[in-house]
Design a binder for this molecule. Structure first.
Ligand SMILES: *[C@@H]1O[C@H](CO)[C@@H](O)[C@H](O)[C@H]1NC(C)=O
Ligand SMILES: *[C@@H]1O[C@H](CO)[C@@H](O)[C@H](O)[C@H]1NC(C)=O
Ligand SMILES: *[C@@H]1O[C@H](CO)[C@@H](O)[C@H](O)[C@H]1NC(C)=O
Length: 517
């Protein structure tokens, strides 16, 4: 019997193999690129969220609480003390030890926005508390940086002097000068961004039940907005030394962004009037899609006011709000790969690419905005986005967001994941990140200049800068993993916040909360 059956089994077996192989090939050839992996993706994105949140812990200054980073300790404990203010908390900006208020406030605004929209999904993977704690680490600092009306401390540490050192934050010994803006040396951009951060955070803490802290944040936010609006000027004109680091190219975008956040947080009509009044004529730049970054908040403002248009009855019928929404649509049509109005600013394999410095901030920021906008569309039962006659929907926006995230996580020609600590879809992640603390062994105590041997060392970083999103690839999709490659290899906290935003939004299944409008 065995002998009779055997060839029969073999034939069936061969047929089966052929079918399986053919099906496999057909699947590999025909599968839609982003959709097939979706069930795997959701856990990958949640993992990426967990990893990226750790970078905010790595960047914390001050007396650490429940520190989980083995190679980090207390630092900068006396920041602000000569002015009798406690500026010890907050986050170091990047691989160095300056606290730059402008990008730090933006980091807080993005983190707060993410918690507001996707906090429920964060809770499911135990990331809500870490995210909220990191947000509060910044807002505590920002509140202390605003000791009275019309004064805001906007920087601790001197960029020039700081960059002459290569040391660990725990042992740094250089002076920590504090810079301020005030009535005679204003800074509309940084004051307004700080107002936006505190307004957004006030909603987070209101929702989490911390009513008194929430009110305190809102109070500071309103005062800072008045200061920003009344005493107009670029902070980089008042403090020319910031030009080399975070030169602000305009303050109109931050004024509108802050007004939009204050309207969202307080519901007060005067803020709606502000964003729809003269400031809109002056600064809104309607119909022109631009790139979201630490310097340009217009696309964020457009998406946030589109939210108001969708969910807020007072804003809904307003014709100027509709113009913000239309411009938000133009921003979406600009990044959707099959849109007739799509941008040419992308790499051959589809990554949005705008600048050689910190190239990932644009694709990551726009992927977040796209997915968020798609979630607003879904929640408001508006399923159609028109791009010059072609129709797109929330799923197209989500596919775009995932394509950018997958690229960041290693689905790219270099097979490099740009998120430190996670190989993702690639084969490796950067090991020579431009980051002082990560590059120096934790038991070393080099002075300011002694540490440069660690910058120049050929060995990979002894400490992993987990969660760092490095600057990113060149337009030709190459990446040089070298410690002194600042353009590509220096992680920043604001890019990290955008990565947290993106990974939260795509690991979530549409949990934006309509009631918060
Ligand atoms: C206002 O700020 C400028 C720039 O930081 C500073 O030089 C000046 O001393 C400040 N004014 C006061 C009254 O502190
Ligand atoms: C800073 O921004 C201003 C305003 O856009 C611009 O005129 C100036 O050239 C910029 N400076 C640097 C150093 O980038
Ligand atoms: C990729 O672009 C960078 C930056 O423009 C350039 O230095 C490098 O030589 C290019 N690499 C290749 C392989 O073309």
């Amino acid at each position: 019997m065995g002998k009779v059956k055997k060839p029969c089994c073999c034939t069936i077996f061969i047929i089966l193999v052929v079918i399986v192989v053919a099906a496999g090939i057909a699947y590999a050839v025909l599968r839609p690129k982003n959709k097939a992996k979706s069930s795997v993706d959701e856990t990958k994105y949640a993992d990426a969220l967990k990893v990226s949140l750790q970078f905010l812990d790595i960047q914390k200054a001050g007396k650490l609480v429940n520190n989980k980073i083995s190679w980090r300790g207390n630092s900068a404990l006396k920041d602000g003390s000569e002015l009798n203010v406690d500026l010890s908390k907050g986050l170091y900006d990047a691989g160095d030890h300056v606290k730059f208020g402008f990008p730090m406030a933006f980091t807080a605004t993005i983190l707060a926005w993410t918690i507001l929209e996707y906090g429920e999904s964060m809770k499911k993977v135990d990331q809500y508390k870490p995210a909220t704690n990191s947000l509060r680490w910044i807002t505590d600092y920002l509140v202390n940086a605003h000791p009275k009306d019309n004064v805001l401390y906007v920087q601790v540490g001197d960029g020039e002097a700081d960059h002459k050192c290569w040391d660990r934050p725990e042992t740094m010994s250089d002076k920590r000068p504090v810079s301020q803006i005030n009535k005679t040396s204003p800074g509309t951009d940084v004051a307004a961004e700080t107002a936006a951060a505190l307004a957004a955070a006030s909603l987070v803490f209101k929702k989490s039940g911390d009513a008194s802290y929430s009110e305190e944040l809102l109070k500071h936010s309103k005062q800072l907005f008045s200061f920003a609006d009344k005493y107009r000027g670029l902070y980089s004109a008042s403090l020319p030394k910031v030009k080399k680091f975070y030169n602000s190219t305009g303050y109109g975008d931050e004024l509108l962004w802050a007004g939009a956040w204050l309207y969202h947080a307080s519901g007060e009509k005067r803020y709606l009037d502000f964003v729809t009044g003269k400031a809109a004529d002056d600064y809104a730049n309607f119909d022109d899609p631009t790139w979201f970054s630490w310097d340009n908040k217009l696309p964020g403002t457009q998406v946030l006011l589109a939210r108001s248009s969708c969910f807020d009855a007072d804003a809904g019928g307003n014709s100027v709000i509709e113009m913000y929404k239309k411009t938000a649509e133009a921003v979406m049509c600009n990044v959707l790969p099959n849109s007739p109005t799509t941008t040419s600013s992308r790499t051959d394999s589809g990554l949005i690419w705008v600048s050689e410095w910190n190239s990932l901030q644009h694709p990551v920021g726009h992927a977040f905005l796209a997915n968020l906008y798609g979630d607003y569309m879904k929640k408001s039962n508006n399923k159609k986005l028109d791009c010059d006659g072609e129709t797109f929907g929330p799923d197209d926006l989500r596919d775009f967001a995932k394509s950018q995230a997958n690229y960041v996580l290693g689905e790219n020609p270099a097979k490099m994941s740009y998120l430190v600590g996670m190989v993702g879809y690639g084969e490796k992640f950067p090991e020579f990140v431009h980051h002082r603390g990560a590059s120096i062994p934790a038991d070393e105590k080099p002075s300011c200049s002694e540490g440069f041997k660690w910058l120049e060392s050929d060995e990979p970083n002894p400490n992993e800068a987990t969660g760092a999103l490095v600057g990113g690839p060149y337009l030709n999709e190459t990446y040089v993993d070298a410690r002194n490659n600042v353009k590509q290899g220096e992680p920043t906290t604001y890019s990290c916040a955008l990565a947290i935003a993106l990974f939260s939004s795509i690991s979530a299944t549409n949990d934006v909360d309509k009631s918060l409008s």
